[in-house]
Design a protein around this ligand. Structure first.
Ligand SMILES: Nc1ncnc2c1ncn2[C@@H]1O[C@H](COP(=O)(O)OP(=O)(O)OP(=O)(O)O)[C@@H](O)[C@H]1O
Ligand SMILES: [Mg+2]
Length: 452
């Protein structure tokens, strides 16, 4: 069928042949079976200290502090974003202390070697380790044989869509193959203590190709994302059974591989122009880490009657809401303006705490008045034009202060929490209107605005 009769989307139907399970398998429920005996929780070994140290700090942060032995991790991302690069880099680091098997169904050993050589000569990784084993293979049974021979403590499968089980009729990459192969790999991880990393392809819509159950099978789901035209890559954890989610690691793609960006705020603000209209600085929390980003706004008289809103890095509906509040509560005439919003550096901001900075960037462009260069803006905007306090203000303010910002424009605290840090002037405002006045040096009527 070309079209789904239920949701009307095209080419979304996938053939799945249902077999009679062999008789032996029927008695054996898929999952963690064998050697089961209930034990008191106190007798079960396993502490936080069990994690294996991973020398790539940004990667370890996303995993929750290191590699948990026997865990299974899925890493997804758009084509060509750098998944194989990241995995190979990790493999090379880990192979310094333990045996690593890198199984590729997409690239020849020669290709992988070439990438490894590029990394070692260009700096991202050290010397070529001799505990790293490469194999090009797609048959999962054969892969398990290799695992039995090499006895690695870390197995990398690039990618889950290329491996298959010969006992199943469907082709590699089909829903049933992907699901079944992933379950087998999970059983391997849980029963042997081998850590398994699997790479998965992401469809255009952002879902990992194949069934979403894949995400349920694994312990941790990481996404490598970024603007294809920019060097920054963000590794984000979407699900983590061993650590906080929404934690991000920031990397930069260089010729020698992915290089850690240990101070992302500095990197994202590096190209900021001071005293230009339409630029503001937001402080967003990515997991437990505050990151400062520049937000740019541009308003321009619309040409075709229907004004467009074009956000990049912020949610479209959020921009609509902010624009509506600016129009109704602040009185900016934005109805006949095209509005562009851009988060510099390719970061995707989901947090409402960046609302105020987005609103300020748009208002600043419309008024043609720059926002104070030494100010950051933090706050969620409500429909009445009021400002609401986001969480974790103190770490945000500390980060802003560390980067040399002198002023923070924030919502007025109703409930006093932890005291704010001393080194930064905190301007508390109640409404969006007041925040904009505080952010722009002068609240004079707009000057030099053309065409409105
Ligand atoms: N010689 C080079 N110099 C700089 N960067 C390079 C070089 N060769 C490759 N790259 C970078 O590596 C990226 C490809 O990385 P990689 O193969 O790891 O991606 P991938 O996510 O595994 O892709 P796929 O989904 O196709 O497997 C390229 O997009 C490019 O940015
Ligand atoms: Mg690849």
């Amino acid at each position: 069928m070309g079209k789904c009769p239920q949701c009307s989307s095209f080419n979304s139907m996938v053939e799945e042949i249902i077999h009679d399970e062999p008789a032996a398998a029927k008695t054996n429920v898929r999952g963690l079976t064998g050697r089961s005996a209930p034990r008191p929780i106190g007798d079960v070994s396993g502490d936080a200290e069990d994690r294996i140290h991973l020398p790539i700090g940004e990667f370890a942060r996303v995993l929750g502090g290191g590699i948990v032995p026997g865990s299974i991790v899925l890493i997804g991302g758009d084509p060509g974003i750098g998944k194989s690069t990241l995995m190979l880099q990790m493999a090379m680091e880990m192979a310094k202390t333990q045996r690593v098997l890198y199984v590729s169904g997409e690239e020849s050993e020669r290709q992988i070697k070439m990438r490894a050589a590029r990394m070692t000569t260009n700096g991202a990784a050290g010397a070529m380790p001799n505990q790293l084993f490469l194999v090009t293979e797609t048959n999962l049974e054969v892969i398990f044989n290799h695992v039995g021979e090499v006895k690695p403590s870390l197995l990398i499968v690039d990618s889950i869509q290329t491996v298959y089980l010969s006992e199943m009729d469907s082709s590699a990459g089909s829903v049933s193959q992907v699901r079944e192969s992933a379950s087998r790999l999970r059983e391997l991880a849980k029963s042997s203590g081998i850590t398994v990393f699997i790479i998965g392809h992401v469809t255009k819509e952002g879902a990992i190709a194949g069934p979403r159950v894949l995400e349920h099978i694994v312990d941790t789901v990481l996404y490598l994302e970024g603007d294809r035209f920019q060097a920054y890559r963000l590794l984000r954890s979407v699900k983590n059974r061993f650590g906080a989610t929404s934690e991000v690691g920031v990397f930069e793609m260089r010729e020698g591989g992915l290089v850690e960006v240990t101070n992302p705020s500095e990197a994202f603000l590096a190209e900021r122009m001071i005293n230009v209209a339409g630029s503001s600085v937001a402080v967003t929390m990515e997991g437990t880490r505050p990151i400062l980003v520049e937000i740019q706004g541009l308003t321009s008289p619309t040409q075709f009657g229907n004004a467009r809103r074009t956000p990049n890095g912020v949610d479209f509906n959020r921009v609509l809401l902010i624009t509506a509040v600016l129009t109704r509560r602040v009185g900016l005439k934005l109805a006949e303006q095209d509005i562009f919003v851009n988060v510099v550096g390719g970061l995707q901001i989901d947090e409402p705490a960046a609302d105020l900075a987005v609103a300020a960037a748009i208002a600043s462009s419309w008024k043609d008045l720059p926002i104070r260069a030494e100010a950051v803006l933090i706050g969620e905007i409500g429909l009445a034009g009021e400002l609401r306090m986001p969480g974790q203000m103190v770490p945000r303010l500390n980060e802003a202060q560390k980067l040399g910002f002198k002023v923070a424009i924030v919502p007025k605290a109703i409930r006093k929490g932890e005291p704010y840090p001393k080194g930064i002037e905190v301007v508390e405002v109640r409404s969006l209107d007041q925040a904009l006045d505080a952010a722009m040096k002068s609240s004079d009527p707009p000057r030099g605005r053309k065409g409105a």
